[in-house]
Design a protein around this ligand. Structure first.
Ligand code: ATP
Ligand code: MG
Length: 444
């Protein structure tokens, strides 16, 4: 992609209302534009990252056996009356009336909608277990939308819903998602800590939040420090047995959200060694809640003996748009964003230091075409801007590899490579530079 044909409205100034680095950097690098409180347009760079994150999540959900559907953003209030949440959900729910005077809501979550789908089609244990997910915009009329897309009113969520015949099988479904979440975040370069949580308005008995430790996190989390040392990428989790063993290892250590921790310390029932606490950004939250919805909504399944019972359910959310901000909170420096390869909007940023030099421009275009031909997404900064502006914009938007082409090095058949993560520069021959890029992108 040629920068001059693209749309990246970068800006030097910090937006005055942006308090945390990710919000400042997303606005400065032209990823998002606020349209009203907590509601954003996603500009090209931002959208590319959002899609990359979405795809990693989708792949890991599918690997874990979940099946993708797409439910609407607008839901009928009837379903919410059935579950009893229409009145209970409160002011966070955006309520709408259509021209026929029918009451609709802009979905803040989808338990009711998915239970309606389930009960219409599934009647027998033979169709279980089942896990349906979608990636869809949600609306919650947050009292204090803030920190950019970190706490928006309209935000993108991946939500999955599991259906099982009994409690044991429901637990196995929960464990599968638990591991899928850890793997998903790991692929984005993030070490998510699963912390035991209160289940809140969604209800239930087994619940974990997945948090990214960061100074700017909105909540306090508590855990045994040994929990932080488990590395999911070093674990085999292919069979149900392996999955269960690993989850039990995680569950063996104390962890709690601040809400839960307060209750526990109030009870004084738990003495914890090695306890640490820190600020966390909640990027995912999973619940197992049995028949909380299936009972009032009469979602029944027949077992092998012909007896029918309420289906056991769980729900599993990931804040897709919040993750964009959480990743930036984890990876930035004073010059800008530092994208992990896996989610980077482009993998390579070619910087042509001298547009007026025909050889430089030709070589830049040649390398650009070569990389794109290899399937390595590349942005070529061909703008008529100073080298200084191109360098500072490159650091700001945070593409992992910068390839710098200038007349002096070019004469000797060389280019310069800069890795954004270390800010180290290296002069290499064309071939070596391309090899280095291939190795790093593949490793990504
Ligand atoms: P929080 O405690 O941050 O308000 P929640 O517990 O209400 O979140 P869930 O219902 O568990 O959120 O939703 C699943 C995920 O959606 C959360 O883990 C979070 O990553 C994301 N999310 C929730 N609310 C928002 C929001 N207002 N803006 C962006 N992402 C959000
Ligand atoms: Mg939550």
């Amino acid at each position: 992609m040629r920068w001059s044909n693209y749309f990246i409205p970068t800006q030097k100034e910090k937006p005055v209302d942006a308090k945390i680095p990710s919000h400042q950097l997303m606005v400065r690098s032209g990823m998002i534009k606020q349209e009203s409180a907590g509601i954003y347009s996603w500009l090209p760079l931002g959208l590319k990252v959002l899609r990359n994150i979405e795809n990693i999540i989708r792949e890991e959900q599918i690997k874990a056996g979940a099946i993708e559907i797409l439910m609407p953003t607008l839901q009928s209030s009837d379903l919410w009356n059935e579950s009893g949440r229409y009145d209970g959900y409160g002011e966070e729910m955006l309520r709408i009336t259509d021209r026929q005077n029918r009451k609709l809501i802009y979905g803040p979550t989808n338990e009711e909608q998915v239970t309606e789908i389930f009960r219409k089609y599934i009647k027998s244990y033979k169709s279980l277990p089942l896990n349906l997910f979608h990636i869809q915009w949600k609306f919650r009329d947050e009292v204090r939308p803030r920190f950019g897309v970190m706490r928006g009113r309209e935000f993108l969520m991946k939500d999955s819903y599991s259906f099982d015949l009994d409690e044991d099988s429901a637990k196995a479904s929960y464990y599968k998602m638990f591991i899928a979440y850890l793997k998903t975040f790991k692929r984005m370069g993030l070490n998510a800590v699963p912390v035991s949580a209160e289940s809140g308005p969604i209800g239930g008995n087994l619940s974990h939040e997945f948090s990214i430790i960061a100074n700017t996190g909105e909540s306090e989390i508590f855990c045994d420090k040994n929990l932080l040392n488990i590395d999911i990428s070093k674990k085999d989790c292919n069979s149900d047995d392996e999955i269960s063993k690993i989850v039990e290892e995680y569950l063996g250590f104390y962890s709690a959200t601040d809400e839960k921790h307060d209750k526990v310390s109030f009870d004084k029932s738990v003495e914890v060694d090695n306890q640490v606490s820190g600020r966390g950004i909640e990027v995912g939250h999973i619940f197992s809640f049995g028949d909380k919805y299936s009972k009032p909504m009469k979602a029944l399944v027949v077992n092998a003996d012909g007896k029918s019972s309420n289906v056991y359910m769980g729900s599993y959310g990931i804040g897709v748009s919040r993750l964009v901000a959480a990743i930036i909170e984890s990876f930035n420096d004073e010059s800008g964003i530092i994208w992990p390869i896996s989610v980077a909007p482009f993998k390579v940023n070619i910087i042509n230091l001298k547009n007026s030099d025909a050889k430089c421009s030709e070589k830049s275009m040649e390398i650009h075409n070569l990389l794109e031909g290899l399937g390595i997404e590349t942005i070529f900064d061909d703008r008529d801007e100073s080298a200084g502006k191109k360098f500072s914009d490159a650091d700001l938007i945070g593409i992992p590899i910068q390839l710098i082409i200038g007349p002096r090095e070019l004469k000797n058949g060389n280019v310069e490579l800069k890795f954004r993560k270390t800010n180290k520069k290296e002069i290499l021959s064309f071939d070596n530079a391309i090899d280095q890029i291939k190795i790093n992108v593949l490793k990504g």
